[in-house]
Structure formats: structure tokens, C-alpha cells
Design a protein around this ligand. Structure first.
Ligand SMILES: NC(=O)c1ccc[n+]([C@@H]2O[C@H](COP(=O)([O-])OP(=O)(O)OC[C@H]3O[C@@H](n4cnc5c(N)ncnc54)[C@H](O)[C@@H]3O)[C@@H](O)[C@H]2O)c1
Length: 291
């Protein structure tokens, strides 16, 4: 199938990677050539990592790379698409505008999916003339490694669209769970609650951020603590999600001041080298603000 991935940030590049490995032809689109190139380079590096870890062969890596092209033209990206997956920033208006353009430029029967972490898929879908072909495909970060995809069924999603999504998720060897379109789905709602409370606890001085994370790793057997997870997924992305959940579900999702402070300082986590922790080459090397 032809897959168009819109946005080559943290998520788009992983979605393109797994789609190409799944045998699909992939076009990635971003707004500037430099961003497209960065995305393609990172996909190559990640595929190379897969070869080094003996997850894939060199031939599989090369075949996958041959199946991916990049462009800044939305038209070029979607004109032959069977499936369009949107992975642009978590802003409702931006996604709705993009869907309007996709509606004009993509084939009428293409399935159009959003990778939103929390926004209303039903509202995004409503911008399409035929919104029955829309649903959420919620990947997890890093998308080329994490095995889960939440299939988010909007109010308008048809059974045919849902079956198409099931087949696609199977083709890329991920595990699907099906969730109805309620704010934060199953994952972001629970995940945000963990991270919110952990940051509030750090703010109140209950324990250090390292000890709070260690508690959840060792006491609850999580692979990563809830504050480290915020750095990993992006302070900005988490703040946007929490603000949306607060609006939709109430004050229990109010973002803590400490998170806002990190955001205002441009300390967005792993991607900027500093958030709650200090990062080097994708690893934690210290705690932000400590010598
Ligand atoms: N980061 C995560 O952990 C995570 C996990 C699951 C889902 N998501 C969701 O995935 C989406 C993308 O998140 P991300 O972390 O990859 O963001 P990101 O900021 O890393 O990447 C977004 C990319 O989209 C590009 N972009 C902006 N407008 C565009 C347009 N009109 N057309 C094409 N590209 C455009 C930006 O230039 C950027 O490269 C968001 O909805 C987010 O909530 C994120």
C-alpha cells in the first residue's frame, strides 16, 4: 500500500520507518526541506541500529530505505496514498487545516489517520467530507520500537475503515488495541495522570525526581519513571496534552508549575538535551539544575 506520513518529527519518522519495513511505499512530508532531510537521515540511522541489534538484515534495511521518499509538497505526498497518517504538532487547528487540504488532494477513498495523543479524533474527522474514512492511529515513542498502536474509533469511523486499520497495524507487526474516542484514549489519560502527580510530588519536595522515578521503576516494575517519560516524550507535548485533558476532563489534569517552567525555559527534554534531566547522546547524564 502507499502510505503518506505528514510530519517528520519524533513520531513521523518512526511511523515511516515501520511502514517501510512492513513492505509499504512511503512518502514523508514536512514543511521545510531541511526537516525532511533530517527525518530521512534519522530513519537511516535507526534502521542501521536495527541491523546492529540484529533485528533486521542489511538487505531489509536497504529495501526499506528504497521504499521511502521525502517531499515538502503535500500534494506529492498524498496524491496516490491509500493511507495518510498525520503526525504534525498537537494543535487542533493545525490538524484540522491539514485535514482540509488532505481532503482536497488525496484520493477520495484513502483512509486518513491522525496520530494525536489526546485530541478529539471525532472533531478532526469532521473536517473531511467523508469522515467515515478517518480514525486515530496512536503510535508510541519511539514508534520504530514500541509495540503498541491504539486504534481510536471516532463517532463517524466506518467498520471498513476500522478493518483497514487492523490490517495495516498487523502488516507492520505491531499490537493493536481498540479504544473509543474519549479524551486521552486509554494511554495518554492514564500516562498523564502518573506524570502529573509525579511532577507535583517533586514540586512539593516529597522526594527527588530521581527517587520518584526509581520508585516506579523498582516498585511497580515500569521500564521508565513517569518524570523521565516526560523528558523522553517532550515537555512541550506533555504540556499540550495536559492542558487539553484539563479542558475536557477537569482540574485534576492541571499542568504543574514546574512543568510550565521547563517549557518556558525551552528545556523540552531529551530532544533539546535538557528537561528534568540532562541528556547526552540519548542517555541521562544528570539532573537539570544540579552540578
Ligand atoms: N512525542 C511523543 O511521544 C508522541 C507520542 C504519540 C503521539 N504523539 C503525537 O504525534 C504528533 C507529532 O508529535 P511529535 O512528537 O512527532 O512532534 P514533533 O514536533 O517532533 O514533529 C512534528 C513535525 O511536524 C512538522 N509539521 C508542522 N506542520 C506541518 C505541516 N503542515 N505539514 C507537515 N509537517 C508539519 C514539524 O515541522 C515537525 O517536524 C502529535 O500529535 C503528538 O501528540 C507524540
Amino acid at each position: 500500500m502507499n502510505v503518506a506520513v505528514i510530519g517528520t518529527g519524533s513520531m513521523g519518522r518512526g511511523i515511516a520507518h515501520v511502514s517501510a519495513l512492513g513492505g509499504h511505499s512511503v512518502v514523508v512530508r514536512d514543511i521545510e526541506q531541511e526537516l525532511v532531510d533530517q527525518g530521512l537521515e534519522q530513519i537511516e540511522t535507526n534502521l542501521e541500529g536495527g541491523v546492529e541489534r540484529e533485528k533486521i538484515s542489511t538487505a531489509e534495511k536497504e529495501d526499506a530505505l528504497d521504499r521511502i521518499t521525502g517531499t515538502t509538497s503535500l500534494e506529492e505526498a498524498v496524491e496516490d496514498a491509500d493511507l495518510v497518517i498525520e503526525a504534525v504538532p498537537e494543535q487542533l487547528e493545525l490538524k484540522k487545516e491539514l485535514f482540509e487540504d488532505v481532503d482536497e488532494l488525496a484520493p477520495d477513498d484513502a483512509v486518513v489517520a491522525t496520530n494525536t495523543s489526546s485530541l478529539s479524533v471525532t472533531e478532526i474527522a469532521s473536517t473531511l467530507e467523508d469522515s467515515s474514512r478517518c480514525l486515530g492511529l496512536h503510535f508510541f515513542n519511539p514508534a520504530h520500537i514500541m509495540p503498541l498502536v491504539e486504534i481510536v474509533v471516532a463517532e463517524q469511523t466506518s467498520d471498513e475503515t476500522k478493518s483497514f486499520a487492523d490490517e495495516y497495524v498487523e502488516s507492520i507487526e505491531k499490537t493493536p488495541i481498540t479504544v473509543q474516542d474519549f479524551p486521552g484514549f486509554a494511554s495518554s489519560r492514564l500516562g498523564a495522570m502518573f506524570s502529573l502527580e509525579a511532577i507535583r510530588m517533586a514540586q512539593e519536595g516529597v522526594a527527588s525526581i530521581e527517587d520518584i522515578d526509581e520508585t516506579m521503576r523498582l516498585g511497580y516494575n515500569l521500564p521508565m519513571g513517569p518524570i523521565e517519560l516526560v523528558d523522553h516524550t517532550g515537555v512541550d507535548v506533555n504540556l499540550e496534552v495536559m492542558e487539553y485533558l484539563r479542558e475536557e476532563l477537569g482540574e485534576r489534569f492541571k499542568p504543574p508549575q514546574l512543568l510550565k517552567r521547563k517549557y518556558r525555559a525551552g528545556k523540552l527534554g531529551k530532544k533539546t538535551g535538557e528537561g528534568f534531566y540532562v541528556w547526552e547522546d540519548g542517555e541521562i547524564v544528570g539532573v537539570s539544575g544540579e552540578e
